[in-house]
Design a protein around this ligand. Sequence first.
Ligand code: 5GP
Length: 120
Amino acid sequence: MASPGAEPSIFSRIAAREIPATIVAETDHIIAFNDIAPQAPVHVVVTTKTEQYQNVGQLAAADPALLAELVAVAERVALEHCDGEYRLIFNTGASAGQTVFHVHAHVLGGVLEEGTLAAH
Ligand code: 5GP
C-alpha cells in the first residue's frame, strides 16, 4: 500500500489523465493502456485504479473480484487487439523485473517466440 502522503504512482497519474497514454479499455475500477516501451506487437498494461496493492499476490488475497475484473479486461483487450491469443504477465518484485509497484498485468500478443517467457 502506498504510504500516506506518498506521490501517486505513474499509473495513477495516467488514470487521472495527468500523464498522456493511449488508453485502450477502462471500467470503474480498471484501466488499460499501451506500454510506452512495447516488447511485443501488442503490449498493453492493465492495472487497477486503486494503487492499494503492489502486486498480484496482495490483490488476490485482498480482493479476488477485482483481480477477476482485471483479467476480464485483459481478455477483452486481447480479443480486440490480437484475436484473443495472448500472454499475461504479472511481475512481482524487482528481481523479477517489476519497476512500478502498483499491481498491473502485461498483455503481450502478436507473434511471440515459442519456448521463451520473455517477449523477445
Ligand atoms: P513492470 O516492469 O513494473 O512489470 O512494468 C512497468 C511497465 O510500465 C513497463 O513495461 C514500462 O514500459 C511501463 N511504463 C512505465 N512508465 C510508463 C509511462 O509513463 N507510460 C506508459 N504507457 N507505460 C509506462
